[in-house]
Design a protein around this ligand. Structure first.
Ligand SMILES: Cc1cc2nc3c(=O)[nH]c(=O)nc-3n(C[C@H](O)[C@H](O)[C@H](O)COP(=O)(O)OP(=O)(O)OC[C@H]3O[C@@H](n4cnc5c(N)ncnc54)[C@H](O)[C@@H]3O)c2cc1C
Length: 457
């Protein structure tokens, strides 16, 4: 039996067999994504132990779902009925920080903020900063190719992964990529693992590129009377050739929800707040902030200013990070993640408003607006099935609109379960077949996170 084999092969304390405790590992943060009951939860501490688990699952034909912190918003880490959930929480060591090569080597269970803190001690910076950085793991970030607030200037997780170690679905422990600044030997298989959502391999170690720490940022805030007007300001910033280090949108529903929770005194006299930041040093930073301010004003801001109060600016960004959990406290929230070309941001925001009206659903908005990555948050009340169905219909319409505008169904949260249909709408049949061919090569028995990302066709 699988569990007896795992008990035999792994050191003591690695298995959680208690059903009630295992249930806590059964799903991520995605609303209404189906999940099953895990047969057992395994918490390995080394890559060899991970390999033993994968090989045991292979021998017994049992599915294996890898889990970081379970903050995912697409159902990617949701348990498949009777599966083994492999939690990386104990593989949380920062193995190395090399200030000369400007890289770090970390276990997959290291929490994003912990890596950033460790880098800061060396005057270094790991840029990818999902709003979940206090909880989410580097393994989860790599497996979803996570984005974040500063990605508008500094790129997403993929841009920082130099190499990684993983156990594939054939039970091989392999090293992919490199630790040199450059290198083009062979196909980019490390890149292939980035964003593969646990369907091609279990990532057991990651080597990430670092940057020197940067200058303090200047913040520009703008108030707008509609999301569409704020969207016009986003397009204007891009058209002006500016490169903000963050350009985030948060609407009054989110600000009010954060305020109710944290009592931060945030309630502002605006429907939408746009928060821009620049980290350009010295006079260049001052000029960029002024030009961003002009873009906000020309797009119709009812009020806009450079923040002189760092605490106030930080509070607004903290509110942006807390928006989703704050709304979730009030009832189930279905989180969207479409990404459209920057020029299409105003039109996409207008279509989201129309979907809200059409489906009688309150849709709050946060967005990594500078990337065109929008997170409409479809809110409902607990137990209201009709409201849930209306929200799900709006969700489908928003996906169709994003594709129609030349966008993508997921900017950063991943396909998981919630975007599988969307993926099939977005990609050509030949490209879906390429996905299936890759899956068949790296996981021929289909044991790794089955049913996620792509159907077997
Ligand atoms: C409040 C909040 C804010 C968020 N903000 C952002 C944001 O700004 N940007 C963003 O991109 N996302 C954001 N997210 C979504 C989520 O935090 C990210 O997708 C994150 O990368 C998931 O990390 P995790 O450790 O929680 O992974 P999990 O949720 O545990 O897993 C995510 C996926 O990765 C796979 N996986 C995890 N670890 C491994 C591994 N070692 N090997 C192989 N596969 C693995 C899982 O199987 C699953 O498919 C947010 C979520 C919340 C709740």
């Amino acid at each position: 039996m699988l569990i007896e084999e795992l008990r035999r092969e792994l050191p003591d304390g690695r298995l959680i067999e208690d059903e009630r405790i295992a249930a806590g590992f059964a799903h991520d943060e995605a609303e209404w994504a189906p999940y099953g009951t895990p047969r057992v939860v395994v918490r390995p501490r080394t890559a060899r132990e991970v390999r033993s688990v994968v090989r045991a699952c292979l021998r017994h034909g049992v599915p294996l779902v890898t889990r970081g912190a379970g903050t995912g918003l697409s159902g990617g880490a949701n348990a498949v009925e009777g599966c083994v959930v492999l939690s990386t929480e104990h593989m949380n060591t920062v193995h190395e920080i090399d200030p000369v090569e400007r890289l770090a080597v970390v276990g997959p269970g290291v929490v994003n903020d912990d890596l950033r803190a460790a880098c800061a001690e060396h005057g270094l910076w790991y840029p990818p900063d999902p709003a979940s950085a206090p909880w989410s793991t580097i393994g989860g970030n790599v497996a979803t190719n996570a984005g974040g607030l500063c990605c508008v200037k500094y790129g997403v997780t993929r841009d920082y992964v130099l190499g990684l170690e993983a156990v594939t679905g054939t039970g091989e422990l392999v090293r992919l990529g490199r630790r040199t600044a450059k290198g083009v030997a062979g196909y980019d298989l490390a890149g292939l693992m980035v964003g593969s959502e646990g369907t091609l391999g279990v990532i057991t170690e990651v080597t990430v590129r670092l940057r020197p720490q940067r200058e303090a940022e200047r913040t520009v805030a703008g108030y707008f009377s509609s999301v569409v007007a704020a969207g016009r300001a986003v397009t204007a910033v891009g058209a002006a050739g500016l490169t903000p280090s963050a350009l985030e949108l948060i609407d009054r529903h989110c600000l009010a929800a954060v305020d109710r929770w944290k009592n931060m005194g945030l309630s502002v006299d605006a429907d939408v707040v746009l928060l821009g930041r620049t980290d350009a040093p010295g006079p260049a930073g001052a000029r960029e902030a002024e030009r961003m301010l002009a873009c906000f004003e020309e797009a119709g801001a009812t009020w806009a200013a450079q923040s002189t109060d760092q605490e106030e600016a930080d509070a607004l960004f903290a509110a942006r990070r807390l928006a989703y959990p704050a709304l979730e406290r009030l009832g189930p929230v279905l989180t969207e993640d479409v990404c459209v070309p920057r020029a299409a941001v105003p039109e996409m925001l207008a279509r989201i408003e129309r979907a809200a009206t059409r489906h009688d659903t309150l849709i709050a908005n946060i967005a990594h607006a500078g990337d065109g990555n929008l997170h409409p948050l479809l809110t409902t009340q607990p137990g209201d099935t009709a409201a849930r169905e209306r929200a799900q219909a709006a969700f489908r319409d928003i996906i169709a609109d994003a594709i129609d505008l030349g966008g993508t169904v997921t900017g950063e949260h991943g396909v998981g379960l919630l975007k599988r249909d969307g993926l099939e709408r977005e990609l050509a049949p030949a490209v879906l077949e390429m996905h299936r061919a890759v899956k068949a090569a790296l996981d021929p028995r289909g044991i790794l996170n089955p049913g996620k990302v792509i159907s077997h066709g």
